[in-house]
Design a protein around this ligand. Structure first.
Ligand code: P6P
Length: 356
């Protein structure tokens, strides 16, 4: 964007979205995305406030009455549930949503104002929430699809079979990541940063508490073509495939193509590990292994949005065997192996797999 940021007239996320759509009048989604991003950023500000005061307001720990368990079989933290409600409502009030799919919802939710909704939002409202009690970085991850015009999502009671209509809506969430019109995350850490792509480049906005606005601090983010950091949970090393074991060994002893010995950084919170990788370069992975062939991360609302961001920032995102954005979902909560980061680092591993 040619826009200029200054204290007198800050380049807020709201202003950025308006200017971006004015400069790309051919991209009709951008006008609708203004309203959607307005809802998402309000939700992220609210979640940031909830997270930063969790210990004070006794919002750490498990949902009331002991750990209610979500479809992931994970104990739901109070903040998971609250963050999910905050984001769901903000998206609903945008008036642009047809269907919402969340890590915290067993099934996708068809929102009320369906007649005006023609977008689908997939999100993890508070990823890494197991770290909350230890005040470690967490984040919200979101992706926005346009609805498939062939089968618009309309719930209309007098139009007959409600179940069939709802089924048509739910299918809207089963889109490959390459269909995303926008993706991003908001990281709740030493600062609150919202990183976003709407299909041409990646921009980072930092929440300025003095004005309560996300202001542009990282225009046109591009990941270095090669890094010196690898980020995997090495406790799983014994269960990795031999190719990955050899690759990571080569990063440790410097026998990889760069000749450099890498450092290891693993926060255990996807948003924080991806954010650091985006800024510093290197490679992050949650691969499949002998115990979990599809790894741990969810395709729809973790792998796909992060993969769009990395590709838009000049990086790569793969399962090891195929491009993440090409993967066609078959279930809302399906898991997928995820390797992402600097183009040269990721390509080196892909080449090793292809040479197997
Ligand atoms: P592990 C957090 O629980 C999470 O879903 C992601 O944010 C993170 O990347 C991953 O799990 C960490 O998993 O098995 O290394 O603790």
């Amino acid at each position: 964007s040619t826009a200029v940021h200054s204290d007198v007239s800050p380049m807020t996320l709201t202003r950025y979205m308006i200017e971006e759509s004015n400069q790309n009048l051919d991209k009709e989604h951008l006008v609708d995305l203004q309203g959607i991003m307005s809802g998402i950023q309000v939700a992220c500000k609210k979640i940031s406030s909830l997270v930063s005061r969790a210990g004070i307001t006794n919002l750490t720990g498990l949902e009331e009455g002991g750990g209610s368990v979500n479809i992931q079989g994970e104990e739901q933290k109070k903040l998971d549930v609250l963050s999910n409600e905050v984001l769901k409502n903000s998206l609903r009030f945008s008036g642009k949503m047809g269907v919402i799919a969340s890590e915290e919802e067993d099934e996708p939710v068809v929102v009320d104002e369906v007649a005006s909704g023609n977008y689908v939002c997939v999100f993890d409202p508070l990823d890494g929430s197991s770290n909350i009690d230890a005040a470690v970085a967490t984040g919200t991850i979101f992706g926005i699809f346009a609805e498939d015009d062939e089968q618009p999502c309309l719930i209309n009671d007098d139009e007959g079979d409600l179940d069939a209509q709802k089924a048509a809506c739910l299918i809207q969430t089963m889109q490959p990541g390459k269909n995303l019109v926008a993706a991003g995350y908001c990281m709740y850490s030493s600062s609150c940063m919202l990183v976003l792509t709407t299909g041409h480049g990646v921009n980072g906005f930092t929440l300025d508490p003095q004005i309560g606005e996300f202001v542009l601090t990282h225009p046109n983010m591009q990941i270095p073509s090669r890094g010196k950091i690898y980020s995997f949970n090495e406790a799983n090393y014994p269960d990795w495939d031999p190719t990955l074991q050899k690759f990571v060994d080569s990063l440790k002893d410097g026998s990889n193509k760069s000749g450099a010995k890498y450092s290891s950084r693993y926060i255990g919170s996807l948003v924080a590990d991806v954010h650091r990788t985006l800024l510093y370069g290197g490679i992050f992975g949650y691969p499949g292994d002998a115990k979990n062939t599809n790894g741990k991360l969810r395709l729809l609302y973790e792998c796909a949005p992060m993969s769009m961001l990395l590709e838009e920032a000049g990086g790569l995102a793969t399962t090891g065997r195929e491009r993440v954005l090409d993967v066609m979902p078959t279930a809302v909560h399906q898991r997928l192996p995820l390797i992402l980061g600097s183009k040269e680092d990721v390509q080196e591993l892909v080449d090793l797999y292809q040479a197997e």
